[in-house]
Design a protein around this ligand. Structure first.
Ligand code: AMP
Length: 191
């Protein structure tokens, strides 16, 4: 099964993707993690994207499509994957559909984790207070990441909605309840 976890920054996509990896053995394909690893390694790609990540802007479609394409060629993706933070633009979604079609695969379901903006801001503030932040976890950058989400990424809900693939879950529930709701949605879909 190929699953897109969809939602604004801080909605809990990464947390739920890790749980799906544990429970269903599906690899977590997080472009954010891949880009942060590139930055940490100091590679040419990392140097190219570092400032973009720090501002909370989007890295170019060409770059993220390339890294997803490389990742999808790996054997562990044959049974499916959980996409976390990708796609984030319509061209990325179109490229993903094409790439998967080339492997005789497709996106089966898009799980939207819906969380209000004020809750996202307070979650980031909690991470700052507890000292578990990333460089792009500060109120200013988060505001930009949210604006980018609403402008570039939220339109994907229509794209996938037209394909009848979107299941919306209240991402403001406790983590375990979100996990349960996702599992129920996936099991219903698999039937
Ligand atoms: P994330 O961990 O998914 O919040 O991603 C962290 C940052 O990486 C984002 O704010 C963007 O700068 C960049 N990024 C991650 N995924 C993508 C994507 N699919 N398209 C463009 N930029 C991305």
């Amino acid at each position: 099964m190929n699953i897109v976890l969809f939602g604004p920054p801080g909605a809990g996509k990464g947390t739920q993707a890790k749980i799906l990896r544990e429970k269903r053995g599906l690899p977590q394909l997080s472009t954010g993690d891949m880009l942060r690893a590139a930055v940490a390694s100091g590679s040419p790609l990392g140097r190219e994207v570092e400032a973009i990540l720090a501002r909370g802007d989007l890295v170019s479609d060409a770059i993220v499509i390339r890294i997803i394409e490389e990742r999808l060629r790996m054997a562990d993706c044959a049974k499916g994957a959980v996409f976390d933070g990708f796609p984030r633009t319509i061209p990325q979604a179109e490229a993903l559909d094409k790439l998967l079609a080339g492997f005789n695969r497709k996106i089966d379901v898009v799980i939207e984790l819906r969380v209000n903006d004020d809750i996202l801001l307070s979650r980031v503030q909690q991470r700052i207070d507890s000292g578990t932040t990333r460089p792009d976890d500060n109120p200013e950058t988060l505001k930009n990441r949210l604006a980018v989400y609403h402008k570039n990424t939220a339109p994907l809900l229509d794209y996938y909605g037209r394909q009848g693939k979107v299941l919306t879950i209240d991402g403001m529930m406790p983590i375990a309840d979100v996990t349960t709701a996702i599992a129920a949605a996936l099991d219903a879909k698999a039937k």
